[in-house]
Ligand binder design. Sequence first.
Ligand SMILES: *Cc1c(COP(=O)(O)O)cnc(C)c1O
Length: 457
Amino acid sequence: MEKILFRSTNRKAPCVTFKQALLKGQAPDYGLYMPEIIPKIQKEKIKEFAHMLYYEVAFEIVKLFAQDEIPQKELLELCEQAYNFPVPVEKIDDKIYILYLDKGPTASFKDFAARLMARMMNWFASKEGINLTVLVATSGDTGGAVADAFFGLGNIQVVVLFPLEEVTDMQRKQMTTLGENISAVGVKGTFDDCQALVKRVFIDNEFSKKNLTSANSINFGRLLPQSVYYFKAYADIGDESLIFSVPSGNFGNLMGGVFAREMGLAVKKFIVAVNENDEFPIFLETGNYKPVVPSKKCSSNAMNVGHPSNLARLVDLYGGWLTDERDANGNVIEKGVLKITPDMEKLRRDFISFSISNREVDEVIRNVYDKYKIMIEPHGAVGFAAALKANYNGCVCCLETAHPAKFPEKIREVLNMEPPVPDCLAWLMEKKEKFTIIENNYQQLKEFLYEISDTCS
Ligand SMILES: *Cc1c(COP(=O)(O)O)cnc(C)c1O
């Protein structure tokens, strides 16, 4: 088997192994890692996935990339530990399915990636006897999923940055009540500010000797596990007309699907469903890319992204080059510059994209409840609304990416009901919160990082 190496989308960094891509997160030239070769899975094999357990399917896919870097027996165990919850797909209408990705411990689809990535990172860290610090910016759901996934893993310290005013109480509590190796930092700014702060740490020479890594969706380790449910759902549904509608923010979820297709999953199209941050549908239509700055605040708060970090990967895969313009010190001068335009015709064949307004989200939450007695939350609703707009004549699988109980205010407002609260969220309410508040100021973040690295060394 040929060894799979990972190259940077910015083309100026050396290729690295799976382990290095996982532990580094971002390439030193600020690019994102892409596999040089994408292994293929045969059609017959994909059919068999319908008769396998979820974690077994995960193992079959991840092992193609991990190759010999994690022994197979141990990788299978990591998959089994990561995926100890159901992944149901429900047929709700003649041609509409819902894939529920909200049954993990933090009731968000981000559990899928975070739980396996955490276990793989911990496996490498403990094998090498090193301590890692994972630094992550969250718009809401990543922080909780990452915190939960790494909680109690001895070789890893986690720092989560979240926009103080943009997360719900429940989302905040998922990050601030764990303690131990998990530190939460509330930033007086937007999600984009949090992301920018994290990116600065990674390019800061002062931190270059620390084993810092990112758990944001720029990490290839966050994407790969998200290919798995596309395979599993496709096999379970067993209909060749099936396409997916993906509620999208940073396009990590979407890229999971795109890699699944590159690996051989015969999905004709993806519906890229975005909220009022409409840079992508406009790009698809016009070929001109312009980030939405600042990003708009919508009810699907985990998708309030005006410049999706994984778009660089999508553009790369279609022969283009999207990057941020930087000065000599690595500071971003201009976000999202299209240096080489990708094959727009091919992109338009493979993707359709809709921007869904807050009003449409409310409507669809109400309509889905009235028609099917199913409660969906704002992110899933963006995907559902886009699926309806696409007016596709085959089957559509809508990804439900969070549990409605994470957005009780919205459900109350639209449906005048209380969402049922799953156990994993219920016990949060009683727990004590602990977090640090900083301004949108890099110096303050640095001081905080030095403080915690003193306490753990
Ligand atoms: C993060 C998130 C999304 C967006 O996923 P991306 O991978 O960033 O596109 C959608 N829904 C929920 C609930 C999320 O937490």
